[in-house]
Design a protein around this ligand. Structure first.
Ligand SMILES: [Zn+2]
Length: 435
């Protein structure tokens, strides 16, 4: 069987590279993955999966950081022009992108595999030292680029789906393949959790190309200590007035925001673990001689545990409100994204490690590593764990042309087939009939 899996993955390797290069050319940031989702659904149906999308997998009230209606409309139109199925695109109205596919293999565990599919808000570089440009598969969408490798994740998801479908008679239980929108800005997982996508899941596997697995052949089987995080936008609204003739009639939103920004960085540390806060954007005012009636700050909090992050958020909200009160302006706080903390189960990581030993690509297999960053897989994982299930998040090593979120980002495509084989072997170990 060992050789057979390797051969069936080899057979689709060229196709995997084509998928990846197609997704790379048409990158779609969070909640606008209309074309990407449409293409994925098309393939999944061909392989006999039952498909769920739209409100069945996305709880509207839990969607965070959704672009404006007008922007969504534009992206839907673009997706259709770029080859998406118009009917499917209409059904994803409101940004309800992403898809969950299921293969029912009879009684047995529910095993979920999660792949994120969104791109970044980055303009891809167009110079000959950048392979995607040189080889004509760089982004066709302005200010959008797959600079994190999610084009590779969507591809690995498709490859895994195709091979597993061809081995259905060797599997038991339910194989659920989750193509998640909006990972960037940690916006998408919560809406899927709230829609019940992982409620009955016994095992969940997710992963990422690169990050701490920096070289070809590296594999980190479990990632620990995901930081919990919350992304907030705060809009302060005051009252404009002539700064020379009648400043007493104005209400200064800029000063309220400035006071908030300074004091947000003065939140006391938490005794139970690491925390972070950053005000990363500050925009305010209209003109030199006008009391500024408007201000916007964008900030994020992080915590080693969800409790610590919630403490940071509660303090941040208190400080923002107090700053608004001090300057007699109003403030609106919008949650733009967020995810919980999380840690992988090492016994599941052992299964991943065992699977990797049969794959020649993986030459440096590491059991586990701390993450020290946020990924909204943590929300899916911790939900599964709270319900008594288990899971792990692996990192697939691949040589990169530049760091994640860099406009020169690119990765060694050999990792695609290796990632597919790793998933297939892991699923077989967990849900194979031979077990
Ligand atoms: Zn990423």
């Amino acid at each position: 069987m060992s050789v057979a899996i390797n051969e069936s993955v080899k057979k689709i390797e060229d196709k995997l590279i084509q998928y990846r290069r197609d997704f790379h050319q048409y990158p779609e940031p969070a909640w606008t993955e209309f074309r990407t989702t449409s293409k994925i659904i098309h393939y999944l149906k061909e392989w006999g999966y039952s498909i769920k999308f739209n409100s069945d997998i996305i709880a509207e009230e839990a969607m965070m950081g959704v672009p404006s209606e007008a922007h969504l409309e534009k992206c839907m139109q673009r997706a259709i022009e770029q080859g998406a199925d118009p009917e499917l695109v209409q059904l994803m109205k409101g940004g309800k992108t992403g898809v969950v596919a299921e293969l029912d293999c009879g009684p047995g565990p529910v095993i979920a595999l999660r792949f994120d599919i969104d791109s970044n808000d980055i303009q891809e570089v167009e110079t000959d030292d950048h392979r995607p440009y040189r080889e004509h598969f760089s982004s066709k969408n302005p200010k959008a680029m797959h600079a994190c490798g999610h084009d590779g994740h969507a591809t690995i998801g498709l490859g895994t789906a195709e091979i597993l479908a061809s081995m259905k008679d060797q599997l038991s239980g339910k194989i659920r393949i989750i193509f998640q929108p909006g990972e960037e800005g940690v916006r998408g997982a919560r809406a899927m959790v709230e829609a019940g996508v992982v409620d009955d899941v016994d095992y969940i596997i997710g992963g990422h190309i690169g990050f701490k697995a920096e070289n070809n052949g590296d594999l980190i089987c479990a990632t620990n200590k995901f930081l919990a995080t919350t992304k907030l936008d705060v809009i302060f609204t005051g009252k404009p007035a002539h700064a020379g003739a009648a400043p007493q009639e104005g209400k200064n939103a800029l000063l309220a925001a400035a006071s908030a920004a300074l004091n947000l960085h003065a939140i006391s540390r938490h005794g139970e673990g690491a925390s972070r806060i950053n005000v990363g954007v500050f925009e305010a005012g209209q003109g030199r001689n006008i009391i500024p009636p408007n201000a916007l700050i964008k900030l994020e909090t992080r915590g080693e545990s969800s409790t610590i992050d919630q403490y940071m958020v509660a303090e941040a909200k208190r400080i923002v409100q107090a700053a608004a009160t001090m300057y007699d302006v109003t403030c609106e706080i919008k949650v733009m994204g967020g995810t919980s903390s999380g840690t992988s189960d090492l016994d599941i990581a052992d299964i991943v490690a065992e699977s990797a030993q049969a794959i020649p690509y993986f030459t440096n297999i590491v059991k586990s590593m701390d993450f020290g960053a946020a990924e909204d897989f943590a929300h899916l994982l911790s939900t599964v764990q709270e319900n008594g299930g288990k899971g792990t998040y692996y990192m697939l090593g691949a040589k990169r042309a530049a760091g994640h979120h860099d406009d020169h980002f690119d990765f060694n495509e050999e990792v695609l087939a290796a990632g597919v084989e790793l998933n297939v072997r892991t699923v077989l170990k967990v849900a194979g009939k031979a077990q």
